[in-house]
Design a protein around this ligand. Sequence first.
Ligand code: PMT
Length: 399
Amino acid sequence: MLLKGKKIVLGVTGSIAAYKSALIVRALIKEGAEVKVIMTAAAKDFISPLTLSTLSKHPVLIDIFREDTWSNHVMLGRWADIMLVAPLSCNTLAKMTAGLCDNLLLAVYLSATCPVMLAPAMDEDMWKHPSTHRNLQTLAADGNIIVPVTNGELASGLFGEGRMAEPETIISSLVQQFKSAGRLSGKKALVTAGPTYEHIDPVRFIGNHSSGKMGVAIARELLQCGAAVTLVLGPVPGTFVLDGLNVINVQTAEEMYNACHSVFEETDITVMAAAVADYTPVAVAPEKIKKKEESWQVALQKTPDILKSLGQKKTGRQVLAGFALETTNERENALAKLQQKNADIIVLNSLRDSGAGFGKDTNKVTVFDRNGGEKHFDLKSKAAVAKDIVDYIIEYIHV
Ligand code: PMT
């Protein structure tokens, strides 16, 4: 039994694919899981609560305002090892993205402390709408695991993309998720993310376009795999779900250097995804510099190279991964960084690839290691790229 003893909350929403939730519940029970089902009101039009309560051997929960379920929403999200929403309709997808809470399923989603897996299902035109993609990217960036839709016959009679993944695929994604969860237990990880701001005066700084999305996705993936993760985070513009991470907020390259060195010795895995400024002003003016001259020079000096300094310090039990953000001679430059910084792994992303690099929700990377390994990955969401990188690191450790 692949899911023996696992506690699963299954959310069912209003989609024709809801009939498959009966097969999902049956398969989960067969694999030894304990299942509690929550339905939206719309889901009841597609499958009977009686079917799902009979199969799950628990009453199906629907009404947020019923006395016995009202206080349950917090407990359910804490009780579960994972929350699975299958099928996830377009409507519930949009509500989750907006953080709405007008039914029990959404209340449990918002208060869940466990990982959440989502299996969308909709007609092809709805699937292809830009708002659907925006919403899914937001939910993936929030750390939810998305089970991709498939191609095939749709409820409309048309053929195309938007079909919910088959129950067997969803069950194997769950099994895979539980396998991943223990892979790095007992390990300590350090991740850097975001830009650094090098101050010129109280109102101006030298910075860059890093949003922190790539680094935060890696930190969350390492956490999902069971590592204890310290995230050294530069001044990012957006907000992130950082639950479970030990976050050290920094502004400058020097602060990032100090934060990394304060934890590095006890760290097993380090991933440097931050875009650290290479130069910083020699002096920070105490007052705002007045506009006077036609041109203005700011004297700069090199910042400490954090990755290189950690490479000099690392021992044989530690794995050190850096990034290379390139615009020309990408492969050559990335391999040079691997050598010069004494890293074990370098993740190359190129600003010449559309959809890759700063600020985007997607990235396209090639990973190199010091044993000559090299692996190219397609353009994917940053959450999926983070998974590829962490899988690569785990494989590297075990080789
Ligand atoms: O944050 P996002 O918007 O999601 O964008 C992600 C990203 C593009 C910032 C990320 O994927 C990335 O490429 N990060 C590294 C950017 C960078 O500074 O690359 P680099 O080639 O200049 O530096 C090489 C490596 O040395 C990096 O691991 C960097 O963290 C490290 N470094 C650089 C300078 C310095 N003074 N100290 C360092 O440790």
